[in-house]
Design a protein around this ligand. Sequence first.
Ligand code: DAH
Length: 339
Amino acid sequence: MKEKIIALLEEISNLRATHADEIESLRLKFLSKKGEISTLFNDFRNVSNEEKREVGQLLNDLKNKAQEKINNLKEQLSSESANDEKLDLTRTAEPIAIGTRHPLSLVKNEIIDIFSRIGFTIAEGPEIEDDWHVFSALNFPPEHPARDMQDTFFIEQNPDIVLRTHTSSVQIRVMNKQKPPIRMLFPGRVYRNEAISYRAHCFFHQVEGLYIDKDVSFAELKQALMYFAKEMFGESTKIRLRPSYFPFTEPSAEMDISCNLCGGKGCAFCKYTGWVEILGCGMVDPNVLENCGIDSKVYSGYAFGMGVERITNLKYQVKDLRMFSENDVRFLDQFKSAY
Ligand code: DAH
C-alpha cells in the first residue's frame, strides 16, 4: 500500500492539463467517490495496526496534494485563457497620444537657441523678489509709476517683497555675483496686477538679455537684435529702433520689426503702419552697473527685454492671451516643432 501511495504522489505531482475537460477527468480519476484515492481509503481497513499511523498520514497527505494539484491546474488554465483574450496579436496597435510642448516653451526655447548661437548663456532668478532687485537697483526713482499698486503684486502687506514685474531683476542678481564679461539671457515668468482679458493677463513671460564688457557699443546691440529678428521672423525682416525711456537703460529704445504678416505693406494686424513693436532695449545705465559693484568707467553694456507671449502672437497669431493658460488640448495640439 505504501508503494502504491508513493507512486500516486509521483504521478499527481507530474499531472498536466490543457483543457477544463482534462482536469475534470483527472479529478474524477483521483478524487471522486470511486476514484483511486477513495479506493485506497477503503483498503486502509486492511492495513496492520503497526502501520496504520504511518500509512494514514501518507494517505491524508496524498489526498491534500491531489486536491491542491487539481486546484492549481484550474487556476493556471483560467489565467492563461484570460491572457489569451487580452493578447490579440493581429490587432492594430493603439495609437499613443504624444504630448506637445507648450507654444510659449517652444518660442522661449527658440529665442534661447538663437541667442545661444552668438554666445549667450542662461540664468534664472526668483519670482518672489525684493524692491531692491526689481526696482531700486534698476534705477527706478522712488515715485516711479511702475511701483504703483496698480502694476505690482505685493506680498503680505510688506511693500518690500513683490512678485517680480519683469525679469530685469535677474540682471541685478547676476551682476552682483559675477564679474564681466557677462553675456546672458534671463527667461522667466513675471506678474502684473492687471485685469485679465484677451490682451492682458496677471502673469506672462519674458526673456531678458544682458551683455556687459569693455567698450560695448549701441551698434553691437543693434546688430544682435537685427540678427535675432531675422532668425526669428525670416531673412527679409527689417528692424527699426525708436527712442524710448526705461530707468535702467540710457539711451533706451523700443524695437519694431516690419510686420511679418503683410511684409511691411500695412494690414489690420499692424494697424496699417507696416511695423509691430517687439521689445525694449538700451545701453545699461551706469547707475545700474555701480549699484552692482561694476566700475562704469571700465565697463559698459546693453540690455533688452521681450515678452514671450508677444513674440508667440506675432509668430502664430494667437488672438486671445488667455488661451496660453487654459490648457485646452485642441489649442496646444496645434503646436509641433523641433524646439
Ligand atoms: N523690463 C522691461 C519691461 O518689463 C523690458 C525691458 C526694456 C528690458 C528695456 C530691458 C530693456 O532690458 O533694456 O517692460
